[in-house]
Ligand binder design. Structure first.
Ligand code: MLT
Length: 259
């Protein structure tokens, strides 16, 4: 994939553009509940970051949060609109920070879901390398055992588990490795927070085992125009686990500044 190419996506609805950026090691399917729930107020576009689903592959050397953000920016422009409401979950949030730094004029508002501003700790960086080795040897499914219990709440419905597993299976090993390296090497977005001037909603699943309430507090302290909401009965993948509550929060937020 070259610099700033159009990503593959699915879309539904009409109106102002709402771009959904998925987490790791997932794809556009994680937003299945947002198509139905938000398509009457927005043109909902869920992208596949490079190397999965409908998007072309990227080499691990080229994969950075900045490169991912540039592809999202090109996609927004190609969709024929000047600005988008941008939703990023977890890794998608890291991409959203990069999008804001590099292409702020394209961002009308932000929904930062189950994500954090800070970089990986030294321990976290080392774990990225170990996970990359594991994926290289056994494929992306090798991450299921360690990650799945952290992505979903203990009470997650079987149906939700069955939505998540195929995304692990369908993410090519080289893509997962590229993501892991790109996440490990991502910059600290904490200094970015004070620069965010657009309306921002910070969302966290009440049972998110990966992003604690302290991450929300840090985001809320740093972003002046931020509201926060907790999604009950949901873990890290709050839009997938409790789409009703997630969509209700998104609708209330997006409805505040309908054009
Ligand atoms: C994600 O859900 O995108 C990842 O868990 C984020 C991360 O590993 O930092």
């Amino acid at each position: 994939m070259g610099v700033g190419e159009i990503l593959g996506f699915d879309e539904a609805g009409e109106g102002p553009l709402l771009v959904l950026i998925h987490g790791f090691p997932l794809d556009r399917w994680m937003w299945v509940g947002q198509f139905e729930g938000l398509k009457d107020i927005r043109r909902v576009v869920a992208v596949d970051l490079p190397g999965r689903g409908r998007s072309l592959a990227i080499s691990a050397k080229e994969a950075t949060m900045d490169a991912y953000a540039d592809h999202v920016a090109t996609t927004i422009v190609a969709l024929g609109t000047l600005q988008a409401d941008v939703v990023g979950l977890s890794m998608g949030g890291y991409v959203a920070f990069a999008l804001w730094r590099r292409h702020p004029h394209l961002v009308r508002s932000l929904i930062l879901a189950d994500t954090r501003a800070g970089p990986d700790s030294e321990e976290g960086k080392a774990a990225r390398g170990l996970n990359a080795d594991k994926v290289w040897a056994e494929g992306t499914v090798a991450l299921v055992e360690g990650m799945l219990p952290k992505l979903l709440s203990p009470s997650a419905r079987h149906e939700v588990v069955m939505q998540v597993l195929p995304m692990f299976e369908d993410t090519p090993a080289l893509t997962a490795i590229a993501d892991l390296i790109a996440m490990r090497d991502r910059p600290d977005s904490t200094p970015t927070l004070a620069t965010i001037t657009v309306p921002t909603l910070i969302v966290r699943g009440a049972d998110d085992a990966l992003m604690g309430p302290e991450e929300v507090a840090l985001l809320a302290r740093g972003i002046s125009a931020a509201q926060t909401v907790t999604i009950p009965d949901a873990g890290h993948l709050s839009p997938l686990e409790n789409p009703e509550a997630f969509n209700a929060a998104a609708r209330a937020f997006l409805g505040d500044f309908l054009p």
